[in-house]
Ligand binder design. Structure first.
Ligand SMILES: [Ca+2]
Ligand SMILES: [Ca+2]
Length: 67
């Protein structure tokens, strides 16, 4: 739960939560390509920000210990 979690923390505040989700949603609307990798929102490096990336983000979010 370390390496993957780090990549999913888009805003770099140390946890995966609503702030990262907001950034993810913004990037998903902007679109992206191989040269402009959605500011890290393309978690599985597929070249697109889509439901698969959302699943990774939400899974990590729900796994975050409450503190
Ligand atoms: Ca975060
Ligand atoms: Ca992707």
């Amino acid at each position: 739960m370390e390496g993957l979690q780090d990549g999913l923390d888009i805003d770099g505040n140390g946890s995966v939560n609503i702030g990262d989700f907001a950034l993810f949603a913004d990037q998903g609307q902007n679109g992206c390509d191989l040269w402009r990798s959605c500011a890290g929102a393309d978690f599985n490096m597929s070249g697109q920000v889509d439901i698969a990336d959302l699943h990774l983000l939400v899974s990590a979010w729900l796994d975050e210990p409450a503190h």
